[in-house]
Design a protein around this ligand. Structure first.
Ligand SMILES: *Cc1c(COP(=O)(O)O)cnc(C)c1O
Length: 433
């Protein structure tokens, strides 16, 4: 037997951590052979990211819209520190702790209607997997066989794990390469007009008894291209399914926590889904946490003497106390500070700031909703995407387009002058490229 050669010990605290480490990390959605290496970050505060070379970037996307209060909000940092000292983690099977149980109560309180039963996980994709499994087992527990498919909408994005990919739009999204390996679900257009509504109704009527649930991103389809629909369309999508007894899953992972000017997008539309998914800004962007919330009729379908009827899921780090403490502290900020008013006010600032982009060549559309601003380009070939990313950094901004979409999801606390500066920078960079 040959022995593995001994590796020399690693030097500690290498000043060259970026280049040395880059031989060993694998980056998300990145063609590492040709894309620029990542920027070295040494800190972040408020709405600014500090780089190792001393530069500061004004952050236009709040780290995939998680950092809704800006970076390192002192009260959340303190809550995290306190929680880490008393109970950083304990398994959630057979043991309970105050941060999680308080958070469950508070989430049930902010959720619309009678959504009341919270299942915790550690990310958005897993919150979606949990919702899909809840809907599947809801039917199995009632003795209904053959309801194994989901109905989802073109343009949707629900995460990167297999179940979530299978309800996302592979053609418009990021998952084309995996399409052949995904579960065979049904995809239709959102009922934006009469023909689309008729097609949706037809699918529900003819395939309804094979469908376990309908999943939708309320008001904005994020990862699929920041596509907007209005409250009436969402209302129709929800009502048509619910009137046939098919559970509706609302994926509020993008839209939740004030992003669109309401605490939840479902509030704006007055709809009550049967299951709701939350993550992203749930902890104020400090730690990963997911929550899947069900209404009583879903929850009750799992109760009874049959042990196999219990919900069959349980992530190791579910309901992590530090993450739950961060989420409780973030909700305190929503309670005590005018976050929703700030988000609503930002809509006007983004609209005014991005307006000059409308007349630029190559711009297909400019749209805003709450604290979300979108500049959709006619196309964005790879070379131009790379050039644009560099231009934003040179302008002192952190904005990272995807597909044909340049989007702004700033922290809800970003001040007027910074929003103006951000929008100006975006318009100038687009004009120069
Ligand atoms: C980001 C996102 C997800 C996936 O969340 P992760 O934490 O990245 O797994 C799911 N649904 C929507 C709408 C999202 O925006």
């Amino acid at each position: 037997m040959t022995r593995k050669p001994q590796k020399p010990p690693l030097p500690k605290g290498s000043p060259d951590w970026l280049t040395a480490g880059m031989d060993h990390v694998w980056l998300p959605y990145t063609q590492m052979a040709v894309e620029d290496p990542p920027l070295a970050v040494v800190g972040a505060e408020g709405v600014r990211i500090r780089l190792a070379d001393g530069r500061e970037l004004l952050d236009g996307m709040a780290s995939w819209w998680t950092a809704c209060h800006g970076y390192n909000p002192p009260s959340i940092v303190q809550a995290v520190q306190r929680q880490a000292e008393t109970l950083s983690h304990v398994m959630f099977g057979g043991l309970a702790h105050e941060p999680a149980l308080t958070l469950a109560r508070r989430l049930a309180h902010i959720a619309p209607g009678d959504l009341a039963h919270v299942f915790f996980s550690d990310s958005g994709s897993v919150a979606v997997e949990v919702a899909l499994k809840m809907a599947l087992q809801y039917w199995v527990n009632q003795g209904a066989r053959g309801r194994t498919r989901f109905l989802c909408f073109r343009g949707g994005y629900h995460g990167d794990t297999f179940g979530a990919m299978a309800v996302s739009d592979a053609e418009h999204g990021f998952h084309r390469v995996f399409a052949d390996a995904l579960a065979d679900n049904l995809m239709v257009d959102l009922p934006r007009d009469k023909p689309a509504l008729a097609a949706y109704q037809e699918t529900l009527a003819t395939q309804g008894d094979t469908i376990a649930g309908v999943i939708v991103e309320p008001l904005v389809q994020g990862g699929g291209g920041m596509l907007f629909h209005d409250a009436q369309v969402l209302g129709l999508a929800v009502a048509e399914a619910q009137s046939r007894g098919i559970p509706v899953i609302a994926d509020e992972i993008f839209t939740g926590f004030g992003r669109l000017g309401h605490m939840l997008a479902c509030d704006a539309a007055g709809v009550v889904p049967d299951i709701m998914c939350l993550s992203k800004a749930l902890t104020g962007g400090v730690l990963g946490l997911g929550a899947t919330i069900a209404r009583p009729h879903i929850f009750d379908a799992f109760a009874g003497p049959d042990l196999d009827a219990a919900f069959m899921h349980g992530p190791t780090f579910m309901a992590n106390p530090i993450a739950c403490a961060a989420a409780n502290s973030s909700l305190d900020l929503f309670d005590g500070e005018p976050r929703l008013a700030q988000a609503a006010q930002m809509e006007g600032l983004l609209e005014a700031g991005l307006h000059p982009c409308r007349s630029l060549p190559g711009v297909a559309d400019v749209r805003t909703m709450g604290a979300l601003g979108v500049v959709e380009l006619e196309d964005l070939p790879f070379e131009r995407l790379i050039a644009l990313r560099r231009a934003f950094i040179e302008a002192g901004l952190w904005v990272r387009p995807f597909g044909r979409i340049v989007y702004l999801t700033p922290a809800l606390v970003m001040e007027e002058g910074d929003v103006e500066h951000l929008c100006n920078g975006v318009c100038l960079s687009l004009r120069g490229n």
